[in-house]
Design a protein around this ligand. Structure first.
Ligand code: GLA
Ligand code: ZN
Length: 692
């Protein structure tokens, strides 16, 4: 049984260096020194693999795979559909994508093929079959890297027909479609499916049901494309795991659905480190690690990160000393079983010649970046036993793709930006700072394993979601819902009868209207002078006239309640207690935070887009109330990340300092796998302890 180890390596594009074969030997020497044990190979190699139609040249790849294997280096082998040979576009223009303006692309770029083209799908099947026949059983090949960063959409006639077929299967009749999309609006009724066109600035953009279904179709069509790619490997009898590298919310695909069709989740992480506060970037990155872990609820791969600077961000910011190792450790802390780079050898020309790489044009081993990579390699070796361990969480934050698409597609209540992403990350951050593992889930995920669930801005309720929340609270869970929730159904049609739809009794209120604030505007969330809130702590004056207000105990000691911006919802309580009120405007004194006891559980409703401190202070109380055990009893200084992974009864605690100053933490009992045992953490330093 192979000893557990963490992957270290990255994208390797030797097809760019075939005219300089000696480069491979230098690279292998460097890989060994940096403890690089895995390369992702052939991602953009199609033109070298099939230089002419039907002529496959794979010998060069076999020589490279063999040399890597002889040196103990494994291969994640790519299917090359992310970029195709010129001859293919020349001969089969249908493979080139058409944009919403109905303009067909010229050859160029990448990740821009038609998702439907039978010709492209057939060419991809063939090259994938050639690769799996030749290399599928090679002992070096551990996994399949399916295409690269799927994303985008095609509006070509083939995709239009596929969309209409998808709609027929979904709705059955055109009347059902008209009803679901409310097309009586502006006389947009369709007489037939043939009349349906994808959304376009030249045509239809006011039927939100169409826009939402188009987003779903594009996501489904892309996932189907990926499935067909994997089928080619499975039909050849190959069972090695397949992954598709994801990238933030880059590609318009519902990752939770996509994850059902691949074996291992992986993603490409490019944080913009070294802005105002490292730990804020660390928290944003932690959120995405938790999204990716949540897709399969098992270890994932950090497939790409830059060893130096990216070259596509606004500035090519160098990673300061220690940043690379800290970022790699953070991925492992959040459930990655490998930390990989883009890329291992810097390209010589074209768009990425200035993108960070392990080995640069100078080729030496004495570069700062190379030395940092070696340090990360050592760290991954020291903590290698963590591989395969899981990340358990009792708290979760809801982040739902369809909900996001629907909200972003709607007109109102704030076309200047709804700040959905920020609202989700504020809840995630408030729980992480308490030293908890946090899962990020979508509306379809089960809630039973959690004691606390935060669900910001669930504008669209999927089928069955409200019933699930009801059961969860009834059975003793603590659920936090916020403003602008339970407004529309899965077709972006407003529920009739009040909101949050299906949950007005669970939350003990009805949301009546919502105020969109200008960017410069602000209101406040203050304590209501009410016995029910006495237990929550100190009093404080509120800006509202004559309001003696009391609030959640502010961690930072400020006395004026909490700021809220962008959206303020006005609700009418029925059975809910009002814990805090608005401080200003015509709705001063109206509820801003409410609690309803329902069954054995508690349902909280936050009415406005509150500042981070509000969530920090509120969740500290609710997590304690919910009896969730924290990873770490000690006080966790701001900017310190604490995570835990568990395997076979062992618990691994990761503590990292993302501040720019030293911190001292009281370490939990156990053996130190990596880092200092004295609890003193310099900036970017971390420690990994196997708890007894
Ligand atoms: C993406 C791609 C890579 C490379 C990097 C550069 O993640 O997957 O091919 O272009 O960006 O940062
Ligand atoms: Zn198309």
């Amino acid at each position: 049984m192979e000893k557990a180890y963490l992957m270290h390596g990255g994208d390797y594009n030797p097809d760019q260096w075939l005219d300089m074969p000696e480069i491979l030997e230098t690279d292998i020497e460097r890989f060994r020194e940096a403890k690089i044990n895995t390369v992702s190979l052939g991602i953009f190699s199609w033109a070298k693999l099939e230089p002419r139609e039907g002529v496959y040249e794979l010998d060069w790849m076999e020589r490279i795979i063999n040399r890597l294997y002889e040196n103990g280096i494994s291969v994640i082998l790519a299917t090359p559909s992310g970029a195709r040979p010129h001859w293919m576009a020349d001969r089969y223009p249908e493979i080139l994508r058409v944009n919403a303006m109905r303009q067909r692309s010229l050859f160029g770029g990448r990740h821009n093929h038609c998702l439907t083209s039978p010709v492209y799908r057939e060419k991809v099947q063939r090259i994938n079959t050639e690769l799996v026949k030749r290399f599928g059983d090679h002992p070096a090949v551990k996994m399949w890297h399916i295409s690269n960063e799927y994303g985008g959409e095609c509006h070509c006639p083939l995709c239009q027909d596929a969309f209409r077929k998808w709609l027929r299967e979904k709705y059955g009749t055109i009347d059902a479609l008209n009803d679901a999309w409310c097309t009586a609006f502006w006389s947009h009724t369709y007489d037939s499916f043939e009349q349906v066109e994808s959304p376009s600035p030249l045509g239809e953009e006011s039927i939100m049901g169409l826009s939402l279904d188009w987003r779903r179709f594009v996501s489904d069509q892309t996932i189907d494309f990926m499935e067909r790619e994997i089928d080619a490997l499975r039909r050849a009898g190959n069972k090695k795991p397949a992954t598709a590298n994801l990238m933030y919310r880059f590609g318009g695909i519902d990752y939770y659905k996509q994850a059902e069709k691949f074996d291992i989740a992986s993603w490409d992480s490019y944080p913009t480190w070294h802005r105002e506060k490292e730990w804020e970037t660390a928290q944003e990155t932690a959120f995405w690690h938790d999204v990716i872990y949540g897709l399969k609820r098992k270890p994932f791969l950090l497939m790409e990160s830059t060893p130096g600077a990216t070259n596509w961000q606004e500035v090519s910011k160098l990673k300061k000393p220690g940043m690379l190792e800290a970022a790699a450790l953070q991925s492992i802390a959040h459930g990655a079983d490998g930390s990989m780079y883009f890329q291992l050898r810097k390209s010589r020309g074209a768009e990425e010649k200035f993108h960070g790489a392990v080995i640069d044009h100078y080729d030496g081993r004495d570069t700062r970046t190379f030395q940092e990579v070696c340090a990360a390699g050592n760290m991954l070796e020291l903590v290698g036993e963590v591989a395969g361990s899981h990340k358990e969480a009792k708290a979760a934050v809801l982040y739902d793709w369809e909900n996001c698409w629907a909200m972003e597609g709607a007109k109102g209540p704030r076309n200047e930006g709804l700040h959905y992403q920020e609202s989700v990350e504020k809840s995630h951050r408030a729980l992480r700072r308490l030293g908890l593992n946090v899962d990020v889930i979508d509306q379809r995920c089960p809630l039973d394993g959690y004691r606390f669930v935060a669900a910001p801005m669930q504008y669209l309720f999927r089928e069955g979601f409200s019933e699930k929340v009801r059961r969860y609270v009834e059975n003793g869970g603590t659920f936090v819902l916020t403003y602008w929730s339970g407004v529309v159904d899965e077709n972006d049609r407003c529920f009739l009868g009040g909101r949050p739809h299906g949950l007005m009794d669970v939350f003990g209120l009805r949301a009546e209207e919502i105020d969109g604030l200008y960017d410069w505007e602000e209101n406040r969330i203050c304590r209501k002078n009410d016995d029910a809130v006495k237990e929550l702590g100190a009093d404080r004056d509120c800006a509202a006239e004559g309001q003696r207000a009391e609030g959640v105990v502010r961690g930072d000691g400020r006395k004026d309640g909490y700021a809220c911006k962008y959206l303020c919802e006005l609700v009418k309580p029925t059975t809910a207690e009002t814990l805090m009120v608005y401080g200003e405007d015509f709705y001063a004194g109206m509820p801003a935070l409410l609690r309803n006891v329902f069954g054995k559980g508690r349902a909280y409703y936050v009415c406005a887009d509150a500042e981070q401190a509000f969530y920090d202070d509120l969740y500290e109380k609710l997590v304690r109330e919910a009896g969730i055990e924290r990873i770490f009893d000690g006080q966790i200084p701001e900017g310190v990340e604490v995570s835990e992974r568990t395997k076979d009864g062992a618990s691994y605690v990761f503590i990292q300092n993302f501040n720019r100053h030293r911190v001292q933490v009281a370490l939990p009992e156990g053996s130190v796998l990596y880092g200092r045992a004295d609890g003193c953490l310099e900036p970017l330093e971390g420690v990994v302890i196997r708890k007894n």
